[in-house]
Design a protein. Structure first.
Lengths: 421, 421
């Protein structure tokens, strides 16, 4: 049987697996697989049962990340890691994260079906809690696996349950005490490279009519979950010159940052500013009261570290300018950062070659979003990332990936592994 | 005894009355006297007991407004009405509304103490539910009294209790069935004029060092309690050109309207724009999700009807411009309006003269806010409005009026009534 035929046979199983993952996450409108909780656990259990069917070794680390290993002829040779995550945002879609684990498993299944024998171990990983919505910090599982989780992260509380990350990890059978800076939790031995497939979260591939992109880089980000603007509550009758309007200060900050983005866009310097939470206090705001209190979040992202650092400085300059002009105080609150993740040039070339050999068209594209892969790149492990065509973005119920496009990623992985692993 | 001496003797009773009103409304931080509810009822009962002590006739109308009448020598002669309201916003101050009723009662008490006999009836009124926060519509009691309450108002629900205005009125012993457009509920007979005292809700008198202003006019307003912007939820990774960011559209609308206000201010055309509610959806917003949904309120105000109409047209032009540029849909939702309230020129002159005769300094000032007085002016009844110096604005717990300044308003009313009523 050819690899292409084996992949074709695998497509139905992939569809069934995606359907079972959708059932696990069903939470109309959309899909919710809460991090470190029953639905993420169920997705991990489903992947583990698939791996057992394929004869893979199943292991879990102290952070409850899942590792499904196809042993190589030389167990000491550098391991190839492939994977992504199963958690989702609230009322998100079925494919953000899950598609990458499923594509990696499908590649392994197809290679086993054609009798391939890997030289070194191939491990499919499912990392925990990639989404930042749960604990106000993203990429938690892969950070923990690499020993780069910020020391205070275990004390963070999940927005909805109020339980700490440590409590959630322990509740899933993990060992939070073993999660420490510098302590790698990955399967033992050297890692040759990390490969991830993830749905594209922008419509560039839809526009281009191409099923797959080989990412040129992964943006780093700077995040503040809750920036507080303190002005002064006042009556609608207060003249303009006396007002210290916190909501207006927020509006000026947003428009100033969007203008900055427009300039960068025009100059061809890829970046993004997202202010997803932007609000007066629902317990206090009134139609006849000038808002003395305003809160917003920010996610600033860029593809190289100097550009990201410059954006962060500009962001703080905007805060300072508006605070001075509007007579308000701005407290940026806790800051989180995800590193810029450069994609390995040799891997970019070999992934594009593997795709071409399988008849899959690709184009090079900057990843719109951060992914677990960024942590591997930031810690010096050669990293490759495939982006799968997907309509309607992600983090919403209308997320829409064609299973055939997921199979294009699986084919690329399978051919790359056949040639390289 | 001179009128000045009678007023001095009245000051201690006024202070005690204000303290009892504060105790009725105590709701840390601040004062809450819910409209058509136990605390507003208690304030009305306190005023009625004061009136009974003074020998005034006590009456209530179908909307539960309170009328305390000192009978004149000629009961058929046109009546002078004075008053304001007792309800407050949530966690507001003690004086917004209450000061005006107390000042009117103090003027009557002082005049009785000096043996004055009025030629026509003098009626102190306490109107219900002046604040717009309770039913999304302000000046309800005085609108009902004048027969100009919008027909659908009785079906509005109070934001917190969920009960309709009709249910609240009935619960306070009123008769909602008798509240109809064109049906006046005021005490019978002609009305000569309406006088109101109200704390200033801006710091102009504090800045000027003057205790009292004679208002030159009362602004009308256009209000929308909930304008919805519908864009599209999207992932942080979505490039700028694809975004339909509802929160950014909101930010642009706010900054555009503030720029319009700055221009009008510079040209000396008094107006105000207030956006008190300005928010992403707390149940859905996320740091990593471009907001597809945004809600805001607006209060637009100006002192003459053509200017207000022009502002409303400009407002809708801004909505249309931003909607087109950002690819969002904007639904302005229900619109409420309060009429512009011109202050009677002869009353302005006679109030200023009365104040001067009592040694009270005044200055002319546009009222920053709308008041019950605006309804009287809009229905053609000659209207006068005194603004009492007050620190820290109103609609907040830090509202601060000196009782001596309230007594300056009482002295002005007493001297005006002595000369005119």
């Amino acid at each position: 049987m050819s690899l292409a035929a084996a992949l074709a046979a695998e497509a139905l199983r992939v569809q069934a697996l995606l359907d079972r993952l959708a059932a696990i996450g069903a939470d109309p409108p959309g899909i919710t697989r809460h991090a470190f909780d029953a639905r993420e656990n169920a997705a991990h259990a489903l992947a583990a049962s698939e791996a057992a069917r394929l004869g893979l070794e199943v292991a879990r680390d102290a952070a409850c990340n899942l590792y499904l290993t196809w042993p190589g002829a030389d167990r000491a040779a550098p391991r190839t890691l492939l994977g992504s995550h199963f958690d989702s945002v609230r009322h998100g879609g079925n494919f953000d994260g899950a598609a990458g684990v499923v594509a990696a498993l499908a590649a392994v299944a197809a290679l086993r079906a054609v009798g391939f024998v890997p030289r070194a171990d191939i491990t499919v990983a499912a990392f925990r809690c990639e989404e930042a919505v749960w604990f106000g910090l993203g990429l938690i599982g892969s950070r923990a696996a690499l020993g780069i989780l910020p020391p205070d992260a275990l004390d963070r509380r999940r927005a909805d349950t109020g339980l700490t990350l440590a409590e959630h990890i322990a509740g899933c059978g993990g060992d939070p005490g073993a999660i420490r800076p510098g302590a790698r939790l990955l399967p033992p031995g050297p890692v040759r490279c990390f490969l991830e497939a993830h749905i594209e979260q922008a419509p560039s591939l839809i526009e281009a009519g191409v099923p797959l992109a080989v990412a040129t880089g992964i943006p780093g980000n700077i995040r503040h979950a809750a920036i507080r603007i303190a002005g002064e509550d006042a009556h609608v009758g207060l003249p303009r010159r006396f007002r210290r309007d916190a909501a207006l200060a927020g509006a000026e900050i947003f428009t100033a940052l969007d203008a900055m983005w427009a300039e960068e866009d025009a100059a061809g310097r890829a970046m993004a500013v997202t202010i997803g939470r932007f609000h007066t206090d629902p317990a206090r705001h009134e139609i006849t009261v000038v808002a003395g209190d305003f809160t917003f979040s920010i996610d600033l992202r860029a593809y190289d570290a100097p550009h990201l650092a410059w954006l962060e400085r500009r962001f703080h300059e905007v805060l300072d300018e508006v605070a001075a002009r509007r007579g308000v105080a701005i407290d940026p609150g806790p800051r989180n950062a995800a590193p810029v993740g450069p994609c390995d040039a040799a891997l970019r070339a070999s992934l594009a070659t593997a795709a071409a050999r399988m008849g899959v068209a690709t184009l090079p594209l900057g990843s719109p979003a951060s992914h677990d892969a960024a942590n591997f790149a930031a810690t010096g492990i050669p990293t490759g990332l495939l982006l799968i065509r997907n309509a309607n973005g992600s983090h919403n119920p209308r997320e829409a990936m064609d299973t055939a496009d997921l199979m294009a990623a699986a084919a690329t992985f399978a051919e790359w592994l056949r040639a390289e692993a």
